[in-house]
Design a protein around this ligand. Structure first.
Ligand code: KIV
Ligand code: ZN
Length: 511
């Protein structure tokens, strides 16, 4: 029988460390529910000590999720561990993941600690974490650049202190598969008590090898992989969950382990994370990219039509490509709408929110005959559900755009409930809309990214717009969806301004 490979998803923690990807509590809950549906073993729900808001989101996830372990990250100090312990208290299965850096450069320049002090702090943190749960994980940050003898020593000590999972991170994405596999093998051979723990790997993608390195670790004994949906994460991201899971499943002949992931939930999870964080998925991304199963050349198409396996090593439906079902139509009632939202893991906690979403749905059904699951996900995100405070809200938009003429936009929006009017010219209708808004709001924010994606196919599809704004060192992503992409753009811009307006101070675990 194959070993179990545990999937530890850190989309809500390491993934959220991507610029602009910060999520509200409700958005995190929606993703956590989907991760549970996907069959993820451990959900790293956040870093509790970052802010009271982060701790609250972890607590809410811990109180909701039943079938996955809910975990909080904690630096190896008393305040962090206690914050993590309190946040996971409501969980049916809760884990504390404590870490400290072990490489000479991190210990000397960042921590300003001697190796002996680092070992002492790690052991203390593990012991303290055991007061809250018997499921404690320890990570040696920057293990890739750490001395092997020191890693053996610290892992030996934390295992003796009671850690059950030992995670070996390539924090800076520096390794290559042969070396990473060898490092895992040597650690398992050399650390006393290594047979009493689960060995884990956590790889970043700076050299594009996060998945390859993680799989090399698995081939050498790791039985937990830390990864994110769509490979989301700081800089070049983390190892991508979908690639790890499908590699292990597709190459059962090579890997002597398997996961309990329901692979048909992969594409819905990918779309949800992309739509909530505003990080689009590149079309040629393995497994979840729009072209991942599209056959362009005639020769390939001919081969696939004659015998599917000629060019396909996986089936699109096995990863959930056809799960985007036609859901509702113009005549669907409120009860059907509500029950569909529940099926999608969307819980609107007030009648008011449900009514607003239903009105939006009816409006959309008037413009677009067929409403799919993805339309509903976008609609709920777009409705502002989960936004703590909506300072700005679009009321109406009129844009004139004609060949040979300068595009002109006129908007009405509310600021804290007060109606405001804006007008502006631009090089195109979107530019005119943004300039009009800025002429009134005067945020001074810099536009870092503007992107449009269609949510479903066809020219009547909703366009989903992402706007990334930077202001005083803070970066936020705003999203908007509409069948009119200029309207979607205005909503996305206002959504980003709302996020900038809700000042959220939070600590970064690794700085
Ligand atoms: O990359 C890393 O080292 C981390 C640790 C906190 C596990 O994210
Ligand atoms: Zn990381």
């Amino acid at each position: 029988m194959n070993d179990r490979l545990y999937i530890f998803d850190t989309t809500l923690r390491d993934g959220e460390q991507s610029p602009g990807a910060s999520m509200t509590k409700e958005e995190k809950l929606r993703i956590a529910r989907q991760l549970e549906k996907l069959g993820v073993d451990i959900i790293e729900a956040g870093f509790a000590a970052a802010s009271p808001g982060d701790a609250d989101a972890i607590k809410a996830i811990a109180g909701t999720i039943q079938n996955s372990t809910v975990c909080s990250l904690a630096r190896a100090n008393e305040r962090d561990v206690r914050a993590a312990g309190e946040a996971i208290r409501p969980a049916k299965h809760g884990r504390i993941h404590t870490f400290i850096a072990t490489s000479p450069i991190h210990m000397e320049k960042k921590l300003r600690m001697q190796p002996d002090q680092v070992v002492e702090a790690a052991v203390k943190a593990v012991r303290l974490a055991l007061e809250y749960t018997d499921d404690v994980e320890f990570s040696a940050e920057d293990a890739v650049r750490s001395d092997m003898d020191f890693l053996v020593r610290i892992f030996d000590e934390v295992i003796k202190a009671g850690a059950r999972t030992i995670n070996v991170p390539d924090t800076v994405g520096y390794s290559i598969p042969a070396l990473w596999g060898e490092r895992m093998k040597q650690l398992i051979e050399r650390v006393p008590g290594s047979d009493r723990v689960i060995w884990s790997t956590h790889c970043h993608n700076d050299l594009g090898m996060a998945v390859a390195n993680s799989l090399a670790a698995v081939m050498n004994g790791a039985r937990q992989v830390e990864c994110t949906i769509n490979g989301l994460g700081e800089r070049a991201g983390n190892a991508s969950l979908e690639e790890i899971v499908m590699a292990v499943r597709t190459r059962r002949d090579v890997f002597s382990c398997d996961t309990r992931i329901d692979t048909t939930q992969i594409v819905p999870a990918s779309k949800l994370v992309s739509s909530i964080t505003g990080y689009p998925v590149q079309p040629n991304k393995a497994i979840v990219g729009a072209n991942a199963f599209a056959h362009e050349s005639g020769i390939h198409q001919d081969g696939v039509l004659k015998h599917r396996e000629t060019y396909e090593i996986m089936r699109a439906e096995d990863v959930g490509w056809h799960a985007n079902r036609l859901t509702l139509g113009k005549l669907s009632g409120r009860a059907a709408f509500k029950s569909k939202l529940t099926e999608l893991g969307i819980v609107l906690d007030s009648e008011e929110a449900l009514n607003a979403a239903f009105a939006r749905f009816k409006d959309l059904a008037d413009k677009k005959r067929e409403i799919f699951d993805d339309d509903l996900q976008a609609l709920v995100s777009d409705e502002g559900y989960g936004t703590e405070h909506e300072r700005f809200k679009l009321v109406s938009l009129r844009v004139c755009s004609e060949t040979g003429e300068v595009p002109h936009a006129r908007l009405v929006f509310t600021e804290d409930g007060v109606e405001r009017h804006a007008e502006g010219d631009g090089s195109g209708p979107v530019d005119a809309t943004f300039k009009a808004l800025e002429s009134v709001v005067q945020s001074g924010a810099t536009l870092l990214l503007y992107s449009v994606n269609n949510i479903t196919t066809g020219t009547d599809a909703q366009g989903e717009v992402t706007v990334r704004l930077a202001q005083d060192g803070r970066v936020v992503n705003g999203q908007g969806a509409d069948t009119d992409i200029v309207v979607a753009s205005a909503k996305a811009y206002l959504h980003a301004l709302n996020k900038l307006a809700s000042k959220r101070e939070r600590a970064h675990p690794q700085v």
